[in-house]
Design a binder for this molecule. Sequence first.
Ligand SMILES: C[S@@+](CC[C@H](N)C(=O)[O-])C[C@H]1O[C@@H](n2cnc3c(N)ncnc32)[C@H](O)[C@@H]1O
Length: 290
Amino acid sequence: MTAAASPQADVPGRAGGQLPACAALKRRRDLRHTRPAGAWVSLSVVDLSFSDTRLAALYDRLHPLSEPERGFYLPIIMQAGSVLDVGCGTGALLHAARRAGHVGRLCGLDPAAAMLARARARPDIEWLCGDLAATRYADEFDLVVMTGHAFQTLVEDHEVRAALAAVRGALRAHGRFVFETRNPSARAWEGWTSRTPTEVLDATGTRVQVSRRVETPFDGRTVCFSETFVGDGWERSLTSRSTLRFLDATALSGFLGEARLAIEAQFGDYSRQPLTPASPEIITLARVAA
Ligand SMILES: C[S@@+](CC[C@H](N)C(=O)[O-])C[C@H]1O[C@@H](n2cnc3c(N)ncnc32)[C@H](O)[C@@H]1O
């Protein structure tokens, strides 16, 4: 859950190719946006750590839903009759909401089929594999959330704009969009390169070592990093390459305003402390503007 949240349990990935990660990603993103909207679902760029079945199965072990995140998001979800979780991953938050007694509509959307396969363990929630900008949701949710820093997977300006327009379209009048993005001024990436690998056991008890390396530190816009997974007895290691966008509060407010989403409150962490330059997060509660 906190994949994108703390150096230990923090850092989602994004698959690269033969090209250096950022260039490969940009080429694939450009390709995606030269196609008609209907083709976007199949062309979504997803990190190997989310698209590979073996790596997706490690996600919740490496990034369990943290108590602070649960404590912040769950009450907001429980108050909403219908909820869309964009970039829901393995669905941990919606599972928690159902377990906590949410009786309304819960819907999880994610472009990574391997992550959604895990989410589908609960059939009493709607799961949709795809890209938000390609969905046809219209005026049907009281709340849209994007957690685990899924928002930072929107790298290009046109992706941020398309996603926010789709969020706005999916919300009912007075609906809310609640999400977090890491505060660039807290420079979280400086702690992301592993000194020693993290060890985790997969479902079969196989030991997997995970090493992270920042490939391109913050360039004023994005951070590129890789995660390498080495399992005892695996034929070869797997490396997932990722790029995340870091928007500051001013830029974020500009994008939200363009999408006619009004900021209701902003916090610097999950315990609702005020946002300061040292805050790890920019947590935003936005409401559909008139
Ligand atoms: C770090 S995980 C967070 C998952 C979950 N929200 C959580 O908190 O555990 C980021 C998720 O965003 C998804 N993702 C990647 N690109 C996306 C996009 N364009 N739109 C929505 N989700 C995307 C990934 O497949 C992945 O499951």
